[in-house]
Design a protein around this ligand. Structure first.
Ligand SMILES: [Ca+2]
Length: 212
């Protein structure tokens, strides 16, 4: 039964069992980012517990496996009777369909690899709940935030650390929604030893060009 009759438009109902059974909680865009694994949250008992989700009309949900927008992620625009393949849902956000994900990956392009490799990017999109940490050598994109609707613009903190833990880059950029296009603009303090390259809409590769 994937009927959304029971769930209001713009909201999503999460169930503790597959096939829309068990305890359930309903969330809307007004709830923002829900961090189930925050032990101070009233929702903490539901960390890793939601196994299905029913969407109302005009609804999109963003799902993450771990806090810090880490691990697997998934975006749904229709009800799903089994979301267990996420491997334990810990962070979720409900929006209208008029939002896009911001996807980021990290590449080390220092010609000799650098003296402090491997390097890792930390990116924190404002209004979010934590850094997403992305190591070099991973090709995959990470869903680091959501843009659109009331999230017209985010300021993202960007930093890169080497193996020793010392930062070699630190600054910020903007992610903006431009009628459904996701734009990344470097802020004045964007690291001069970094670059950012746009791929498909909403997909960005952050590149470390030199050690300093
Ligand atoms: Ca989890």
């Amino acid at each position: 039964m994937s009927s959304s009759k029971n769930t209001a438009p713009g909201t999503a109902t999460f169930f503790t069992q597959t096939n829309y059974e068990g305890d359930n909680l309903n969330f809307s865009a007004a709830d923002g980012v829900i961090d189930l694994q925050n032990s101070n949250s009233e929702y903490y008992p539901y960390n890793d517990k939601f196994d299905s989700v029913e969407l109302g009309e005009n609804t999109k949900v963003y799902l993450w496996q771990h806090g810090g927008f880490a691990g697997k992620s998934q975006v749904l625009e229709q009800s799903d009777p089994d979301i267990t393949d996420i491997g334990g849902l810990s962070v979720l956000q409900v929006t209208s369909v008029n939002t896009n994900g911001i996807y980021v990956r990290f590449r080390n392009d220092i010609p000799d690899g650098g003296s402090d490799k491997p390097y890792a990017l930390d990116i924190k999109v404002s209004e979010d709940i934590g850094n997403t940490n992305i190591s070099e050598g991973t090709e995959e994109y990470y869903l680091v935030g959501v843009i659109g609707d009331e999230y017209v613009e985010h300021v993202a903190q960007v930093s890169v650390r080497g193996k020793s833990g010392v930062y070699c880059a630190n600054g910020s950029c903007y992610f903006k929604d431009d009628n459904g296009d996701v734009i990344c603009e470097k802020h004045d303090d964007f690291p001069t030893n970094m670059d950012v390259v746009e791929g498909e809409n909403g997909y960005f590769t952050f590149i470390l060009k030199s050690e300093s």
